[in-house]
Ligand binder design. Structure first.
Ligand SMILES: CSCCC(=O)C(=O)COP(=O)(O)O
Ligand SMILES: [Zn+2]
Length: 239
């Protein structure tokens, strides 16, 4: 099939220009400012990508994510895997292959954070390739696709952990394997690095990223107190 003709300058600009605050190009800027205040995307690392119909919106690499403007956004066609918009002299996020792995699973948005809690949870998991937590209210914010429901309070949530690589883009293979091994997961932790979280929509991805981050913090604090995040509920012995 012939390559589609490249878009004109005006057409490329139109892809990222909208008064609608919910337009992906606007939303990525707003959410990155919020995520920066949470410590999720500081020092240019981390970010978010949003898919609208066939168009995937991606921020540039190596720029301060809290200072993005809609005109900085790359737009990739999912079906043809070609860029519709490439704002020079920028490069698309190094997380792009990882975002694409989430889109291959049917996601509508993918968030990558460098949250301390995500990093610490991979460290307390010492050499394990999965993190587990159970009997915690915020587990109920995480979908369980094969059961067509959300996890329940008493369920054990498992999040795969992969090892970091020198270059972000080289994580793709092990992230895809983790998704294969844990087909119900909507997050993959990267040891000493952070986490990728995806959801059906941008709002679901955001809610899930918040629930995961809460669970990671809780697990780290529980472990410091000598409590097992995946342990059973203690029976009540005194009235
Ligand atoms: C100091 S950030 C190191 C690279 C990284 O982990 C990352 O998430 C950067 O992504 P970018 O979108 O800036 O390519
Ligand atoms: Zn990163």
């Amino acid at each position: 099939m012939a390559e589609p003709a490249p878009l004109s300058e005006e057409e490329q600009t139109a892809l990222v220009t909208s008064d609608d605050p919910h337009h992906p190009a606007n939303l990525i800027c707003e959410l990155c400012r919020n995520f920066y205040t949470l410590g999720w995307v500081t020092g240019t690392g981390g970010g978010i990508s949003i898919k609208q119909d066939d168009n995937i919106y991606i921020a540039p690499s190596g720029v301060q994510k809290e200072r993005l403007s809609p005109q900085d956004m790359f737009v990739l066609s999912h079906s043809t895997n070609t860029y519709l918009r490439t704002p020079t002299p920028l490069k698309p996020s190094a997380c792009t292959p990882l975002f694409l792995a989430a889109y291959a699973k049917g996601a509508g948005a993918c968030i990558h954070t460098h949250s301390h809690w995500a990093v610490l949870v991979t460290l307390i998991s010492r050499g394990k390739s999965v993190f587990r937590i159970a009997n915690t209210e915020m587990i109920k914010g995480i979908p369980w696709p094969s059961r067509k429901k959300y996890y329940g309070f008493h369920d054990t949530l498992e999040i795969p952990i992969i090892e970091n690589t020198a270059k972000e883009e080289d994580l793709r293979e092990s992230l895809e394997k983790a998704i294969q091994d844990y087909p119900d997961t909507s997050a993959v932790l990267v040891r000493r690095h952070g986490v990728y979280v995806w959801g059906d929509t941008v709002w679901k991805a955001k809610t899930q990223a918040e629930c995961y981050d809460y669970l990671f913090q809780l697990a780290v604090e529980m472990t410091k107190l000598g409590l097992d995040p995946a342990g059973p509920i203690e029976p009540v012995t005194e009235s």
